[in-house]
Design a protein around this ligand. Sequence first.
Ligand code: 5GP
Ligand code: MN
Length: 316
Amino acid sequence: MISEDIQEFGDLINRAQRILLISHIRPDGDAVGSLLGLGLMLEELGKEVNLVLEDGVPLVFHHLTGADKVYQEPAGVYDLIVVVDSSDIDRIGSVLDEHGEPDVNIDHHPTNTQFAKLNLVRESAVATVEIIYDLALALSLPINLPIAEALLTGLLTDSLGFRTSNSTARTLRIAAELMDRGANLQVLYRKAMLEKSLAAVRYWGQGLSRIQSEDGLIWTSLTLKDREIADYSGRDDADLVNILSRIKDTAVCVVFVEQTDGKVKVSWRSRPGYDVAEIATQFGGGGHKPAAGAEIKGDLKRVQEEVIEATRKILT
Ligand code: 5GP
Ligand code: MN
């Protein structure tokens, strides 16, 4: 039995010819994997598909098939607009401004605002690619090797290599299915998660050199100057927050990344029992209980003070 919303999604793609797929700014492996995975499936069905990421595809995902076909803005008129892995509409940046409203929202964030006409939101999914995998099974969409590689990349990156508490036996079964279709787990893991550029590691060094700690709370910041010194090209934290989360006896860790537009990108990670999505939501962001983020207006020092103050509250 196919659920009603999945059937409706199937009907929408059957009727559409020109389809726009979008995911979020500062895209991670699940954003890229979901976009490419679903995009390649729809292309296999003979659809004209446009893939859009306002920030483009990060270098660590350039090996994935279709990464070179991702544009930073839409072009033209579409029959169907699908947003993947984005908990609210602001997460996609300003790419949709003159191109219409999202028809479908496929996501796994508990903080999802159900912003589209059809919302395929599954909080139990470890990654959005898991939902796309389920859609493929239910609707008999093709999963060839490049699609399997895109989906496995999203599964690996969002589960931190099957380490997050929401990783289940089913997550591993899906990974195994994708490996059966030829996806190479070790290579995808190394490319998307393990390998870092020298610039990224120098950038970490800037952040690690001024780490602060207080009763189970660990935080640090990355300034625009740090980015320049390290010659790091991304607008993100190069995954420094997941390094901080490995520090023993840390309940919550936070990384502040200064941006060029007068905003600060904040990333939280927490041990089970501490809900950082709730704090991120207070600041206009969102995410999951153990991993959340927000983009906050203001200078680095003030944002840091306000966020640390609010984060302290959940620790006491
Ligand atoms: P990260 O800290 O790695 O950017 O993101 C951690 C989690 O929080 C991810 O699930 C991500 O989608 C979500 N997240 C990060 N930044 C934002 C944001 O600005 N707004 C919302 N709504 N979610 C965010
Ligand atoms: Mn995700």
